[in-house]
Design a protein around this ligand. Structure first.
Ligand SMILES: [Ca+2]
Ligand SMILES: [Ca+2]
Length: 136
């Protein structure tokens, strides 16, 4: 399974609000703020994505960053998916958190993952929400 063709270029176009062909610090700051993320993510993203060091992110740098993140996410997913069925249950996620020594309260986990699956109207999304809503 791979990303839809053009998914990262479409995302880039949405972030490039001045249509300059680059993501500048202010555009990145606006994107980070609109997602409710800490401001530290602005520099972290620039550090991770800006390969030529010009402090702005080109489309090719953005696409490369997205590809790297997808590889990392697939690796994490594979490690969490203990039975290898291609789906993460609440228990698998909890076990992963436990293995990392991360204490996540069941309600916090349920809310976070409910938000992640909120856009899913599929049976899988409903199943995930039911599973995550179960008390530990
Ligand atoms: Ca721009
Ligand atoms: Ca750059």
């Amino acid at each position: 399974m791979s990303r839809k063709p053009g998914a990262s270029s479409s995302a880039f176009a949405q972030l490039d609000t001045d249509q300059s062909g680059w993501l500048g610090r202010e555009e990145i700051r606006a994107a980070v703020a609109s997602r409710g993320l800490p401001n530290a993510h602005v520099q972290a993203f620039i550090d991770a994505a800006d390969h030529d060091g010009d402090c702005r992110i080109s489309l090719s740098e953005f696409e490369h960053f997205c590809e790297q993140r997808e590889v990392q996410l697939r690796s994490v997913f594979a490690r969490l998916d203990r039975n290898g069925d291609g789906r993460l249950t609440g228990e698998e996620i909890r076990a992963g958190c436990d293995a990392l020594g991360v204490r996540v309260r069941p309600l916090t986990l349920a809310i976070t993952l409910h938000q992640c699956t909120a856009g899913l109207s599929t049976a899988a999304g409903r199943s995930a929400r039911r599973c995550l809503a179960r008390p530990r």
